[in-house]
Design a protein around this ligand. Structure first.
Ligand code: SAM
Length: 293
Protein backbone atom coordinates (compact mmCIF):
# COMPACT_ATOMS: atom_id res chain seq x y z
CA UNK A 1 0.00 0.00 0.00
CA UNK A 2 1.35 3.44 -0.88
CA UNK A 3 2.50 5.64 1.98
CA UNK A 4 -0.07 8.44 1.49
CA UNK A 5 -3.01 6.04 1.77
CA UNK A 6 -1.42 4.33 4.78
CA UNK A 7 -0.75 7.63 6.55
CA UNK A 8 -4.31 8.66 5.87
CA UNK A 9 -5.60 5.38 7.36
CA UNK A 10 -3.61 5.89 10.58
CA UNK A 11 -5.01 9.38 10.83
CA UNK A 12 -8.61 8.15 10.29
CA UNK A 13 -8.23 5.43 12.94
CA UNK A 14 -6.72 7.77 15.47
CA UNK A 15 -9.54 10.27 14.90
CA UNK A 16 -12.34 7.79 15.59
CA UNK A 17 -12.47 8.25 19.38
CA UNK A 18 -12.51 12.07 19.03
CA UNK A 19 -15.11 11.96 16.24
CA UNK A 20 -17.40 9.83 18.44
CA UNK A 21 -17.00 12.13 21.43
CA UNK A 22 -17.60 15.20 19.26
CA UNK A 23 -20.85 14.04 17.66
CA UNK A 24 -23.66 16.46 18.44
CA UNK A 25 -26.28 14.45 20.33
CA UNK A 26 -29.22 16.74 19.49
CA UNK A 27 -28.49 16.39 15.77
CA UNK A 28 -28.05 12.63 16.10
CA UNK A 29 -31.33 12.27 18.02
CA UNK A 30 -33.17 14.23 15.32
CA UNK A 31 -31.93 11.64 12.83
CA UNK A 32 -32.96 8.67 15.01
CA UNK A 33 -36.35 10.28 15.59
CA UNK A 34 -36.87 10.63 11.84
CA UNK A 35 -36.38 6.87 11.31
CA UNK A 36 -38.15 5.75 14.49
CA UNK A 37 -40.24 2.61 13.93
CA UNK A 38 -38.56 1.72 10.64
CA UNK A 39 -37.26 -1.82 10.31
CA UNK A 40 -35.00 -1.38 7.29
CA UNK A 41 -32.83 1.52 6.14
CA UNK A 42 -30.58 2.12 3.14
CA UNK A 43 -27.75 4.57 3.71
CA UNK A 44 -25.28 6.08 1.26
CA UNK A 45 -22.07 7.26 2.94
CA UNK A 46 -20.15 9.83 0.88
CA UNK A 47 -16.36 9.89 1.22
CA UNK A 48 -16.76 6.94 3.59
CA UNK A 49 -13.02 6.61 4.34
CA UNK A 50 -12.25 3.82 6.78
CA UNK A 51 -15.96 3.23 7.54
CA UNK A 52 -16.22 5.23 10.75
CA UNK A 53 -19.85 6.29 10.21
CA UNK A 54 -20.92 2.67 9.74
CA UNK A 55 -18.85 1.52 12.71
CA UNK A 56 -20.46 4.16 14.90
CA UNK A 57 -24.06 3.65 13.71
CA UNK A 58 -24.55 -0.01 12.80
CA UNK A 59 -25.72 -0.98 16.29
CA UNK A 60 -27.84 2.18 16.68
CA UNK A 61 -29.86 2.01 13.44
CA UNK A 62 -32.76 -0.38 12.56
CA UNK A 63 -31.97 -4.09 12.40
CA UNK A 64 -31.94 -4.36 8.58
CA UNK A 65 -29.34 -2.03 7.05
CA UNK A 66 -27.92 -1.58 3.57
CA UNK A 67 -24.85 0.63 3.41
CA UNK A 68 -23.36 1.94 0.17
CA UNK A 69 -19.94 3.51 0.64
CA UNK A 70 -18.82 5.94 -2.06
CA UNK A 71 -15.10 6.53 -1.74
CA UNK A 72 -12.56 7.51 -4.37
CA UNK A 73 -9.67 5.50 -2.83
CA UNK A 74 -10.31 1.79 -3.23
CA UNK A 75 -7.58 0.76 -0.79
CA UNK A 76 -9.23 2.80 1.94
CA UNK A 77 -12.58 1.06 1.27
CA UNK A 78 -10.92 -2.37 1.39
CA UNK A 79 -9.38 -1.40 4.69
CA UNK A 80 -12.81 -0.18 5.89
CA UNK A 81 -14.46 -3.54 5.24
CA UNK A 82 -11.67 -5.40 7.05
CA UNK A 83 -11.89 -3.01 9.96
CA UNK A 84 -15.68 -3.38 10.19
CA UNK A 85 -15.37 -7.18 9.99
CA UNK A 86 -12.87 -7.23 12.87
CA UNK A 87 -14.93 -4.88 15.05
CA UNK A 88 -18.22 -6.73 14.33
CA UNK A 89 -16.56 -10.07 15.08
CA UNK A 90 -15.61 -8.74 18.54
CA UNK A 91 -19.33 -7.98 19.06
CA UNK A 92 -20.35 -11.55 18.14
CA UNK A 93 -21.49 -11.00 14.55
CA UNK A 94 -21.15 -13.64 11.84
CA UNK A 95 -19.06 -12.12 9.04
CA UNK A 96 -19.19 -12.82 5.29
CA UNK A 97 -16.67 -11.04 3.05
CA UNK A 98 -17.32 -10.49 -0.70
CA UNK A 99 -15.12 -8.74 -3.29
CA UNK A 100 -16.36 -5.25 -2.47
CA UNK A 101 -18.93 -6.17 0.15
CA UNK A 102 -19.42 -7.37 3.68
CA UNK A 103 -22.39 -8.91 5.49
CA UNK A 104 -22.72 -8.80 9.28
CA UNK A 105 -25.34 -11.00 10.96
CA UNK A 106 -26.37 -11.43 14.57
CA UNK A 107 -29.78 -12.74 15.72
CA UNK A 108 -32.29 -10.66 13.73
CA UNK A 109 -29.71 -8.04 12.73
CA UNK A 110 -28.55 -8.01 9.14
CA UNK A 111 -26.06 -5.38 7.95
CA UNK A 112 -25.11 -5.37 4.24
CA UNK A 113 -22.25 -3.12 3.21
CA UNK A 114 -20.80 -2.58 -0.26
CA UNK A 115 -18.48 0.03 -1.66
CA UNK A 116 -18.28 1.88 -4.96
CA UNK A 117 -14.96 3.40 -6.02
CA UNK A 118 -15.87 6.74 -7.59
CA UNK A 119 -16.41 10.41 -6.83
CA UNK A 120 -19.50 11.15 -4.79
CA UNK A 121 -20.05 14.10 -7.12
CA UNK A 122 -21.34 11.46 -9.58
CA UNK A 123 -23.85 10.22 -7.00
CA UNK A 124 -26.92 10.32 -9.28
CA UNK A 125 -25.21 8.05 -11.84
CA UNK A 126 -23.95 5.60 -9.21
CA UNK A 127 -26.94 4.86 -7.02
CA UNK A 128 -30.71 4.63 -7.50
CA UNK A 129 -31.61 7.40 -5.08
CA UNK A 130 -35.28 6.35 -5.03
CA UNK A 131 -34.15 3.33 -2.99
CA UNK A 132 -32.09 5.34 -0.50
CA UNK A 133 -33.41 6.53 2.89
CA UNK A 134 -30.47 8.56 4.17
CA UNK A 135 -27.35 10.21 2.78
CA UNK A 136 -24.45 10.57 5.19
CA UNK A 137 -21.22 12.55 4.83
CA UNK A 138 -18.58 13.21 7.48
CA UNK A 139 -15.65 15.58 7.12
CA UNK A 140 -16.05 15.92 3.36
CA UNK A 141 -18.20 18.91 2.44
CA UNK A 142 -15.53 21.44 3.43
CA UNK A 143 -13.39 19.83 0.68
CA UNK A 144 -15.77 20.77 -2.15
CA UNK A 145 -16.74 24.11 -3.70
CA UNK A 146 -19.96 26.03 -3.14
CA UNK A 147 -21.24 25.30 -6.65
CA UNK A 148 -20.45 21.59 -6.30
CA UNK A 149 -22.39 21.59 -3.07
CA UNK A 150 -25.37 23.45 -4.57
CA UNK A 151 -25.65 20.86 -7.38
CA UNK A 152 -25.50 18.13 -4.82
CA UNK A 153 -27.85 19.72 -2.25
CA UNK A 154 -30.42 20.42 -4.98
CA UNK A 155 -30.59 16.72 -5.86
CA UNK A 156 -31.19 15.81 -2.21
CA UNK A 157 -33.97 18.37 -1.93
CA UNK A 158 -35.59 17.29 -5.17
CA UNK A 159 -35.54 13.64 -4.04
CA UNK A 160 -36.60 14.63 -0.50
CA UNK A 161 -33.62 12.69 0.82
CA UNK A 162 -32.54 13.27 4.42
CA UNK A 163 -28.89 14.19 4.98
CA UNK A 164 -26.79 13.64 8.10
CA UNK A 165 -23.53 15.51 7.73
CA UNK A 166 -21.04 15.75 10.57
CA UNK A 167 -17.63 17.29 11.16
CA UNK A 168 -17.96 20.24 8.81
CA UNK A 169 -14.88 22.33 9.67
CA UNK A 170 -15.54 25.75 11.24
CA UNK A 171 -12.42 26.83 13.19
CA UNK A 172 -9.59 25.73 15.45
CA UNK A 173 -7.60 27.09 18.38
CA UNK A 174 -4.99 26.10 20.95
CA UNK A 175 -4.83 26.53 24.73
CA UNK A 176 -2.06 29.06 24.13
CA UNK A 177 -3.31 32.22 22.49
CA UNK A 178 -0.32 33.85 20.81
CA UNK A 179 -0.58 36.14 17.77
CA UNK A 180 1.47 33.60 15.79
CA UNK A 181 -1.22 30.96 16.49
CA UNK A 182 -3.73 33.18 14.74
CA UNK A 183 -1.41 33.81 11.77
CA UNK A 184 -0.63 30.14 11.16
CA UNK A 185 -4.19 28.95 11.70
CA UNK A 186 -5.12 31.45 9.00
CA UNK A 187 -2.39 30.06 6.70
CA UNK A 188 -3.73 26.58 7.27
CA UNK A 189 -7.28 27.70 6.51
CA UNK A 190 -6.15 29.53 3.38
CA UNK A 191 -4.80 26.18 2.15
CA UNK A 192 -8.37 24.82 2.31
CA UNK A 193 -9.46 27.76 0.15
CA UNK A 194 -6.59 27.51 -2.37
CA UNK A 195 -7.49 27.42 -6.05
CA UNK A 196 -8.09 23.89 -7.27
CA UNK A 197 -9.30 22.65 -10.62
CA UNK A 198 -12.90 22.74 -9.37
CA UNK A 199 -12.51 26.20 -7.80
CA UNK A 200 -12.05 26.97 -4.11
CA UNK A 201 -13.26 24.53 -1.47
CA UNK A 202 -15.74 25.89 1.09
CA UNK A 203 -13.33 25.29 4.00
CA UNK A 204 -14.38 27.07 7.19
CA UNK A 205 -17.38 28.70 5.46
CA UNK A 206 -18.88 25.25 4.93
CA UNK A 207 -21.20 25.09 7.99
CA UNK A 208 -22.63 28.57 7.35
CA UNK A 209 -23.17 27.83 3.66
CA UNK A 210 -24.89 24.50 4.38
CA UNK A 211 -27.24 25.94 6.98
CA UNK A 212 -28.05 28.96 4.83
CA UNK A 213 -28.68 26.85 1.72
CA UNK A 214 -31.09 24.45 3.42
CA UNK A 215 -32.85 27.19 5.41
CA UNK A 216 -33.52 29.15 2.22
CA UNK A 217 -35.06 26.03 0.70
CA UNK A 218 -37.23 25.73 3.81
CA UNK A 219 -35.96 22.27 4.62
CA UNK A 220 -36.26 21.08 8.21
CA UNK A 221 -32.81 21.39 9.75
CA UNK A 222 -31.24 20.54 13.10
CA UNK A 223 -27.65 21.69 13.58
CA UNK A 224 -25.12 22.35 16.28
CA UNK A 225 -21.41 22.31 17.11
CA UNK A 226 -19.26 19.23 17.43
CA UNK A 227 -15.79 19.74 18.87
CA UNK A 228 -12.61 17.69 18.84
CA UNK A 229 -10.97 18.15 22.23
CA UNK A 230 -7.35 17.05 21.85
CA UNK A 231 -6.16 17.60 25.40
CA UNK A 232 -2.78 16.90 26.92
CA UNK A 233 -0.88 13.64 27.09
CA UNK A 234 -3.68 11.33 25.98
CA UNK A 235 -4.03 13.28 22.72
CA UNK A 236 -0.33 13.37 21.83
CA UNK A 237 -0.65 11.20 18.71
CA UNK A 238 -3.62 13.18 17.38
CA UNK A 239 -1.93 16.50 18.09
CA UNK A 240 1.17 15.34 16.20
CA UNK A 241 -1.00 14.24 13.25
CA UNK A 242 -2.72 17.61 13.21
CA UNK A 243 0.55 19.56 13.38
CA UNK A 244 2.02 17.45 10.55
CA UNK A 245 -1.07 18.17 8.52
CA UNK A 246 -0.82 21.91 9.25
CA UNK A 247 2.87 21.88 8.37
CA UNK A 248 2.41 20.38 4.92
CA UNK A 249 -0.60 22.63 4.22
CA UNK A 250 1.00 25.83 5.50
CA UNK A 251 4.29 25.21 3.69
CA UNK A 252 2.40 25.28 0.42
CA UNK A 253 0.90 28.65 1.36
CA UNK A 254 4.19 30.42 2.28
CA UNK A 255 6.64 31.84 -0.22
CA UNK A 256 8.31 34.37 2.03
CA UNK A 257 11.49 33.04 3.71
CA UNK A 258 10.87 35.03 6.93
CA UNK A 259 7.39 33.56 7.21
CA UNK A 260 8.82 30.08 6.73
CA UNK A 261 11.41 30.63 9.48
CA UNK A 262 8.75 31.97 11.85
CA UNK A 263 6.55 29.00 11.05
CA UNK A 264 9.40 26.58 11.73
CA UNK A 265 9.94 28.09 15.20
CA UNK A 266 6.22 28.05 15.86
CA UNK A 267 5.66 24.43 14.89
CA UNK A 268 8.76 23.33 16.85
CA UNK A 269 7.42 25.01 19.99
CA UNK A 270 4.03 23.37 19.46
CA UNK A 271 5.66 19.93 19.06
CA UNK A 272 7.61 20.48 22.27
CA UNK A 273 4.38 21.36 24.06
CA UNK A 274 2.83 18.14 22.72
CA UNK A 275 5.79 16.12 24.02
CA UNK A 276 5.38 17.74 27.44
CA UNK A 277 1.68 16.86 27.37
CA UNK A 278 0.85 20.56 27.52
CA UNK A 279 -0.83 21.23 24.20
CA UNK A 280 -4.60 21.27 24.00
CA UNK A 281 -6.18 21.77 20.60
CA UNK A 282 -9.84 22.43 19.90
CA UNK A 283 -11.20 21.93 16.43
CA UNK A 284 -14.76 23.07 16.03
CA UNK A 285 -17.04 21.46 13.49
CA UNK A 286 -20.78 21.56 12.86
CA UNK A 287 -23.16 18.62 12.51
CA UNK A 288 -26.42 18.93 10.58
CA UNK A 289 -29.44 16.75 9.99
CA UNK A 290 -31.63 17.91 7.14
CA UNK A 291 -35.02 16.46 6.29
CA UNK A 292 -38.00 17.72 4.37
CA UNK A 293 -41.09 19.17 5.91
C1 SAM B 1 -11.50 13.58 5.85
S1 SAM B 1 -11.85 12.02 5.18
C2 SAM B 1 -13.35 11.56 6.03
C3 SAM B 1 -13.61 10.08 6.01
C4 SAM B 1 -14.88 9.61 6.74
N1 SAM B 1 -16.08 10.22 6.22
C5 SAM B 1 -14.75 9.85 8.21
O1 SAM B 1 -15.45 10.70 8.75
O2 SAM B 1 -13.89 9.19 8.85
C6 SAM B 1 -12.42 12.40 3.56
C7 SAM B 1 -12.62 11.15 2.70
O3 SAM B 1 -13.34 11.52 1.54
C8 SAM B 1 -12.73 10.94 0.40
N2 SAM B 1 -13.10 11.83 -0.71
C9 SAM B 1 -12.74 13.13 -0.88
N3 SAM B 1 -13.33 13.64 -1.98
C10 SAM B 1 -14.08 12.63 -2.51
C11 SAM B 1 -14.92 12.54 -3.65
N4 SAM B 1 -15.12 13.59 -4.45
N5 SAM B 1 -15.54 11.37 -3.87
C12 SAM B 1 -15.35 10.28 -3.07
N6 SAM B 1 -14.56 10.32 -1.98
C13 SAM B 1 -13.93 11.48 -1.70
C14 SAM B 1 -11.26 10.87 0.74
O4 SAM B 1 -10.58 9.89 -0.02
C15 SAM B 1 -11.32 10.52 2.23
O5 SAM B 1 -11.36 9.13 2.44
Amino acid sequence: METAALASIHWHDERFKYDCEARNQTVEQACFHHFYGKNEITIVDLGSGTGSNCLYFFEKFPSQQNWIFIEQEEKISQYALNRLGIEADKKGYEITHGTNSLVLKKENRNINIRYITDSFLNLVDLVDLDKVDLVMASAVFDLISFSQFVDFGSVLLEKKLPLLTTLNYAEMNFNSDTPTDVVFIEKYESFMNRSQEFGKAMGKKCPRILVDFFQKQEAKIEYGPSIWKLEGESAQVMNHHLLNFMESASNQMMEDQDDRMLFKDWITSKREAVEDGELDTYVQYYDLFVSNK
